[in-house]
Ligand binder design. Sequence first.
Ligand SMILES: *Cc1c(COP(=O)(O)O)cnc(C)c1O
Length: 354
Amino acid sequence: MKKHNFSAGPSILPQEVLLKASHAVMDFNNEGLSLLEISHRSKAFVDVMENARALVLELLGLEGKGYKALFLQGGASTQFLMVAMNLLEKRAGYLNTGTWSKKAIKEAKMLDDIYEVASSESANFNYIPKGYDIPEDYDYFHCTSNNTIFGTQIKEFPNSPIPMVCDMSSDIFSRVLDFSKFDLIYAGAQKNMGPAGTTLVVIKEDILGKVSRKIPSIMDYKLHISNGSMYNTPPVFAVYTSMLTLEWIKSLGGIAAVEKLNEKKANVMYSEIDLNPLFKGFATKEDRSIMNATFTLENENLKETFETMLKEAGISGLNGHRSVGGYRASMYNALPIESVKTLVEVMSELESKA
Ligand SMILES: *Cc1c(COP(=O)(O)O)cnc(C)c1O
């Protein structure tokens, strides 16, 4: 039986995407060869790459606006360094909202000076700082749209006077934003798009070519763009599966339609967290994420009973990250609302038992 999958990442993918992807592993396009055993330079695969790149720009509303989409390797963690390599000349401003922001800052610091425009670290990252200033003479401003571990999410982005770079690993394609406010967006595939192994990078081309350092080939966005995201062998399975997910999003009616479903799921989840006295939400209400809901059980004595009930209900992947503790319900695009309802039923059943 398929479990209710609340895993934070790698995470749930649409059933129809998994089905099509598994077929392609055995027989791609009914051509008698596996997707995994054909040349990445074959027309069949180049079409996949081009379709995936085009779908990204279409879904984000960035077609014809000077953006390019790339599917790279090395995870979002490689982007922490690559962003700085390509954009950092003298100084950059970073918003510190959690573990992933800190890691991005650490990598950029290897190259140059970093200024933290604001941080919520002293409150264990349970909120999103607001009302900070972004210095106009810096190279870029970096933020993390959704803090996967802490369950906070930026609801309103600043009007940045300098290029805005955003790590959207855990909420890409989950809600409508004016994506043209961003000059560079990156996201590891394994949270809301596909299997681990590829990282989406969307870049406004005109921000490139402004640093004086020499950039190693594999780290150079310009080179990846001029090679159509095929500078070296791309992770074919991860790109193909991501393409299937993008097609799935389009078939549902695009990001706006998916966002409505995500809001419904988050409402069901947070209503229970707010109303059930046994549980306590971790993140500040106004900043809480529609993707990752973090909460704790007030009475530790009920832990075993609750976890047995979760197991019996077929609920998987609910353990919180060690830096927060408790539980984390990751409600990515592909998670059906029925899974959230099942979880909420278990939570209210626990209340009636206690
Ligand atoms: C998971 C995650 C990362 C790390 O991604 P990798 O692909 O494992 O390097 C970075 N940022 C955010 C916001 C994440 O959720």
